[in-house]
Structure formats: C-alpha cells, structure tokens
Design a protein around this ligand. Structure first.
Ligand SMILES: NC(=O)c1ccc[n+]([C@@H]2O[C@H](COP(=O)([O-])OP(=O)(O)OC[C@H]3O[C@@H](n4cnc5c(N)ncnc54)[C@H](O)[C@@H]3O)[C@@H](O)[C@H]2O)c1
Length: 258
C-alpha cells in the first residue's frame, strides 16, 4: 500500500544508521519532511544529504536523546524548522550482552538510559507539540526480546520490556488527545547493530529458531512503520506489532534441516 505523508513532519531517532536510516528515506519518499536525529552528527547529516540530493526533504539534528535538555531543544528546533511534529519514530538503541553476573550496575544504567529513558523523554517532550496541533503518532522500536527472553541479554530484555510498558501507558493516557502510540518489535534484522554477530550464529538462528526461512531487512520494519504512522492504522494504539518471521509465536521450532 502506498502511504502519503505530504505536509507531515516525521522525526526519526537513530536516523544515521540501520533501520532508522532506511525509514528516513522511505518517509521522505512518501512526502514527509524528515527530521533525522542521531547522536552521531556525521551520519545524521549523511542521511539528510542523501535524501535532499534525491529531491526530498530532510534536515539533520545531532542529539543525545538520553539528555533531557537536548531532547527539549531538538524538538523545538524541529518545530521551528518544519512547523509541526506529526510522527515520532524512535529507533535509536543499543543491544548489549550480559547476565546478572556480567552486567555491572553502570552497564544496566547505560542500556536503560538509551533503550528506556530516551523513550520516556522523547514521548514526554514531543507530546506538547502533538497536543497543540490536535494529534500525532508515536512508534517505539522495541523487539521480540521484550516478552520472549533469551540467555545473556538481561539489560536489553528488561530495558525493552520497560519501554513497551511506557508505550502502552502513553497510548492509554493520550488516546482522547488523538495521539496514538505503538511499538514495532523486530526479530533479527540485518543491520550494523548486528555486525559483530558471527555468520554461523546468525545462520543457526535463522535455521533453528526463526520459523520463516528469511533474513528480515530494515525495509520490513520501515514498511510496518509507514503503516503504523498512517491513517490506515487509525484504530490501532497501545499495540506491539511483532515483525520477527514467527519467532515469538513458537515455543520450540523444529527445522526441516534438523
Ligand atoms: N537489528 C536488529 O536485529 C534489531 C532487533 C530488534 C530490535 N532492534 C532495535 O531497532 C533499533 C534500531 O536498530 P538498528 O539495528 O537499526 O541499529 P543501528 O546500530 O544500525 O542504529 C542505531 C542508531 O542509534 C543511534 N544512537 C545510539 N544511541 C543514541 C543516543 N543516545 N542518541 C541518539 N542516537 C543514538 C546510533 O548512533 C545509530 O545511528 C534499536 O532500538 C534496536 O534495539 C534491532
């Protein structure tokens, strides 16, 4: 389905890489004015430049979205630049390994800062703009691991579960303000976030854990975001849309190759 975001402003965190970068491109191609937010100013600028070179509209905003003042200032700058903020798509995140023993308190605070508190901060400070303009849509990128846990991922699973909880609270609290808030929960996606995953481990996952015989792409997540941000999904709020090739749905998967 072709979605039209002409005249809308879409702010995307983590827009300098992976799913965030491709999503910036897809929203811009669909007519949106795209605010590319990333802690890495160079990659954010690259994304915005590639979009404008292709004839679409984007601007880069360098910001650490775990910094409250930076979040406030960034949304003000986006609003000053484009005149509205209609969609917030939270992509920025990290995915550290660790058990209870190998995760320090500092490690845990870091993953919560990026994967949970940034969701709180960005939702909190985009809200006044959305309320003032009579509505908006927020999409938070969570992950299957928020509700189906795996070994050695204590900080990541717990921080994503908390971010999903924030998503649902925001949806319930602001439904009457015409603000929708949903989560996309990807499985394993082929992006720079997974650059250190050895190929044999990835192939084992695809063969033995994920029912679909398919390497999920950033495109699959971007297309889901376009749908969730559009009026085609107008009655959907407070939901976690799982895009994981069936992994969450299965308890034990027996591959034909086993
Ligand atoms: N790739 C996967 O397999 C997968 C699976 C499930 C969920 N996710 C989630 O999807 C999201 C995007 O993942 P990706 O694979 O595109 O990752 P990526 O590493 O390619 O991109 C993440 C981007 O976030 C930015 N970022 C990190 N900390 C930031 C901060 N404090 N402020 C602003 N920007 C910051 C990085 O600079 C980077 O550009 C993450 O939230 C991740 O947890 C990814």
């Amino acid at each position: 389905m072709k979605h039209d975001f002409t005249g809308k402003t879409v702010a995307i965190t983590g827009g300098g890489s992976g799913i965030g970068k491709l999503s910036c491109q897809r929203f811009a191609e669909a007519g949106a004015k795209v605010a590319v937010i990333d802690i890495n100013g160079t990659t954010a600028k690259q994304t915005a430049e590639e979009i404008t070179k292709a004839g679409f509209t984007a601007s880069a905003f360098q910001a650490d979205i775990t910094d409250e003042n930076a979040v406030i200032e960034t949304f003000k700058a986006i609003h000053d630049c484009f005149g509205s903020i209609d969609v917030l798509f939270n992509q920025a995140g990290i995915s550290p390994m660790g058990t209870l023993e190998t995760t320090s308190y500092e490690d845990l605070k870091k993953v919560f800062a990026i994967d949970t508190f940034s969701v709180f901060l960005t939702c909190k400070y985009v809200l006044p703009y959305m309320k003032q303009q009579g509505g908006g849509t927020i999409i938070n990128t969570i992950g299957t691991y928020a509700f189906r846990y795996v070994q050695n991922k204590l900080g990541y699973c717990s921080s994503k579960a908390a971010a999903l909880s924030i998503t649902k609270s925001v949806a319930v609290d602001y439904a009457r303000d015409h603000i929708r808030c949903n989560a996309i929960c990807p499985g394993y996606v082929d992006t720079p976030l997974n650059k250190d995953v050895p190929a044999d481990r990835r192939d084992r996952y695809l063969d033995r854990i994920q029912p679909m015989d398919y390497l999920i792409k950033a495109e699959d997540i971007a297309q889901t975001a376009l749908y969730l941000a559009s009026d085609a999904s107008y009655a959907i709020t407070g939901q976690a849309i799982v895009v994981d090739g069936g992994t969450e749905a299965t308890l034990i998967y027996t591959s034909p190759n086993q």
